[in-house]
Design a binder for this molecule. Structure first.
Ligand SMILES: [Zn+2]
Length: 110
């Protein structure tokens, strides 16, 4: 079988291959380099930016669905003002302590 049937996440080759697509106005390939950009007809879509698609096996799709369910589960909203260092990360702003910020910079090589 060819690459056409290979999971881009775990590498297994299976004719019963699936696809997971994400459209969130963010360059998903920054965090998942094997995600392939797919241009979508802007006339038919709400987002003119297209989407990112990953070809995967059923097991990896199940891992994604589990992660998606955990992410989409209701969470408590923190209404207290944030204190700390504001850092832009993955398209959003996160608050770090001075120690977390030092570690973050160290990991990024700065
Ligand atoms: Zn897989």
């Amino acid at each position: 079988m060819s690459e056409r049937y290979q999971c881009q996440v775990c590498g297994v080759v299976d004719q019963d291959i699936r696809h997971v697509s994400v459209e969130c106005m963010y360059a998903v390939d920054e965090v998942a380099p094997h995600a392939r950009y797919v241009k979508v007809d802007a006339v038919d879509r709400d987002s003119p930016l297209g989407l990112f698609r990953i070809q995967c096996c059923k097991d990896c799709r199940a891992d994604f669905l589990k992660m998606f369910g955990e992410w989409a589960a209701p969470k408590e909203f923190k209404s207290e003002p944030a204190e700390g260092i504001l850092v832009r990360q993955l398209g959003t702003t996160v608050v770090m302590t001075a120690e977390e910020y030092r570690e973050y910079r160290k990991q990024r090589g700065r």
